[in-house]
Structure formats: structure tokens, C-alpha cells
Design a protein around this ligand. Structure first.
Ligand code: NAP
Length: 290
């Protein structure tokens, strides 16, 4: 359904560089249309040097809010008036809400991941042990959210070991979870898997156009007792998830996190419950088209 733009239409958007690949415009505009909301969602290409001006424009143009994506999620913090505790802990913002001249930075990635865990995979992290592969922005959002949701022990393996150590140190200092960095080797990962219930793959390895690639992992150590999530949503079934499923683990794709982080942003901007099935259909259509 086409969004009708009128003099009263409220504008949301996306700041990123690039933004052409994003599924969010299709997902958010489908949601606005289905609830007959007078809103539109527009992608804005914001080059790194233009971020401060672009954020000022949110006020000047009276936008309702914007999503923020790569490479601006961390750099946008100093330009905002207020941060939610999640955004502060994560050190990254993916959603800005404009309230009467004040810009509030939220991070719905972590909460979106938790909602996807609960609603798509029926999994509760409370009291569970988790292995996170990767230590970038998405890993940080997921680890902070899992710690907040009561995960007991969080092990982090990353290509650059130092980043895993830093993330583990911050989690230990600032959350109730017990975190540690481990080496990314078949032996170390295999040892941890005996005492872990949830594995979250957060690196971009296996993402289209590199969909034949797969992070090295001791798949033979997986079984029915494990839930394996990949944050990649294109393709929805990565090689990593395929091999985990073959080994007997339950699997969950990054499409759920994409859907729920977008649904939370929608709810912040409109104050309405997000039409999840409409948004999911829009995402699946985008996947088919590409
Ligand atoms: P990022 O901040 O750049 O972090 C990338 C992480 O992946 C780092 O830990 C990096 O390790 C590791 N990595 C990159 N290339 C690698 C390779 N060839 N081998 C091993 N490790 C590698 O990126 P991000 O923002 O966290 O995003 C990561 C992924 O999450 C992307 O696929 C993104 O699409 C996905 N994501 C999905 C959602 C969703 O809604 N489903 C939301 C956010 C992000 P080093 O530290 O060694 O560089």
C-alpha cells in the first residue's frame, strides 16, 4: 500500500551510510499504512562528516525521530540531549525520539533481540549461560541486554581477543552478569559449549554476498540442549545456522531481531502497538526481492 503524503504527515527516517540496502523503510511504511497512521519513513544518506548537521536537522525539520545505523550508532551520542540507560550502557544509539526540541537516544537492538528470543524462539535467558561470538556493536547490545535479563555467565570469543576482553571487563563492572573472554579456537569453544545453553553469532561472516562463508566453530559439540542465534538476516538461514541445525541445535535467525528492534522504534514514535505480522511480511517481501 502506498503512503499518502499530506501537509500534516509526520516524518521519521533512517540515518546511515549507505542506506540503500536497508529493509527498514519497507517495514515501517507498511506498518504506518496498515494502521492508517499519517506517518512516513524516509532513508537519508548521511556521510560521516555530516552527522552533526543531520542531527540538528531532526529538530529544524521537526522530524518525529530517526533510526541510526552504521557507521553512526556510536558517533551520534554527543549530539543528543538525553540517553536511555540501555543506550548509555551499550554506548550506541539506533533510535532517536524527538520530543519538543529534545532528542532522546534509545537502543532498541538489545531489547529487540530479547523480544525475538522470547517470541520467536520461546527462550528466557534468566539463569542461563551464553556464548557470544564477536565483540562489535551488535555483540555489545546483545550482551548488555542478556546481562540485564538475568543471564548468569557470558563468554565472549572474538577475532581480536582484546575487544572481547574489553567487553567482558565492562560487563563485569557494569552489569550483574559474570563475563569472560575466551580464545576463538575449536578447543576453547568446545570446552565452553558443555555448560552453555545459548550461542549468539554476531559477526558479519556469512552475510550476503558472502553467504557461502561460515565462522569456524566446533559444530560437533552442539546438540538439542542448545539454541543458536545468528544476527544476520540476509540470508535468514546462514551456513552457520544450517550447520548448527544439522548438529541437532534449535536455531533462530536475525530476522526476528530486525523485526522487533523496528517494532520497538515504531512504538516509541507512534505510541501504538506495532503490527508485527504486517512488518514481518514486509521484511520477507524485501528478502524475496533481493
Ligand atoms: P561491528 O561493530 O563492525 O562488529 C563486527 C564484529 O564481527 C567484530 O567483533 C569483528 O571482529 C567481527 N568480524 C568481522 N569480520 C570478521 C571475520 N572475517 N572473521 C571473524 N570475525 C569478524 O558490526 P556490528 O554492528 O556488530 O554488526 C555485526 C553483524 O550484526 C552484522 O552482520 C549486522 O548486519 C548484524 N546486525 C543485525 C541486527 C539485526 O537486527 N538482526 C542488528 C544489528 C546488527 P574484530 O573485532 O576482530 O574486528
Amino acid at each position: 500500500m502506498q503512503v499518502k503524503i499530506k501537509g500534516t504527515t509526520k516524518i521519521c527516517g533512517l540515518f546511515g551510510y549507505p542506506v540503500e540496502h536497508s529493509f527498514s523503510p519497507a517495514m515501517q511504511n507498511a506498518a504506518f499504512s496498515s494502521l492508517l497512521l499519517d506517518f512516513v519513513y524516509v532513508p537519508f544518506t548521511v556521510a560521516p562528516g555530516d552527522l552533526a548537521q543531520a542531527v540538528r536537522a531532526v529538530r529544524a525539520l521537526n522530524l518525529v525521530g530517526v533510526n541510526v545505523t552504521v557507521p553512526h550508532k556510536e558517533k551520534v551520542l554527543p549530539f543528543l540531549d538525553e540517553l536511555t540507560p540501555e543506550a548509555q550502557l551499550t554506548g550506541a544509539v539506533n533510535t532517536i525520539v524527538h520530543i519538543e526540541g529534545r532528542l532522546v537516544g534509545h537502543n532498541t537492538d538489545g531489547a529487540g533481540f530479547l523480544r525475538a528470543l522470547r517470541e520467536e524462539a520461546g527462550f528466557s535467558p534468566a539463569g542461563k549461560n551464553v556464548l557470544v561470538l564477536g565483540a562489535g556493536g551488535a555483540a555489545r547490545a546483545v550482551a548488555v541486554a542478556l546481562a540485564g535479563a538475568g543471564a548468569q555467565e557470558i563468554s565472549i570469543a572474538n577475532r581480536t581477543a582484546q575487544r572481547a576482553q574489553e567487553l567482558a571487563r565492562e560487563l563485569n563492572e557494569r552489569t550483574p552478569a559474570k563475563a569472560r573472554a575466551i580464545f576463538w579456537s575449536a578447543r576453547h569453544l568446545g570446552e565452553v559449549l558443555g555448560n552453555v545453553q545459548l550461542i549468539v553469532q554476531t559477526t558479519p561472516v556469512g552475510m550476503t554476498p558472502g553467504r557461502e562463508q561460515c565462522p569456524s566453530f566446533p559444530f560437533h559439540c552442539l546438540g538439542r540442549e542448545h539454541l543458536v542465534c545468528d544476527l544476520i538476516y540476509n540470508p535468514p538461514m546462514t551456513k552457520f545456522l544450517e550447520r548448527a541445525r544439522e548438529a541437532g541445535a534449535a536455531v533462530s535467525s536475525g530476522l526476528g531481531m530486525l523485526l522487533h528492534q523496528g517494532a520497538l522504534a515504531f512504538e516509541l514514535w507512534t505510541g501504538k502497538n506495532a503490527p508485527l505480522e504486517v512488518m514481518r511480511r514486509a521484511l520477507l517481501e524485501q528478502l524475496q526481492e533481493r
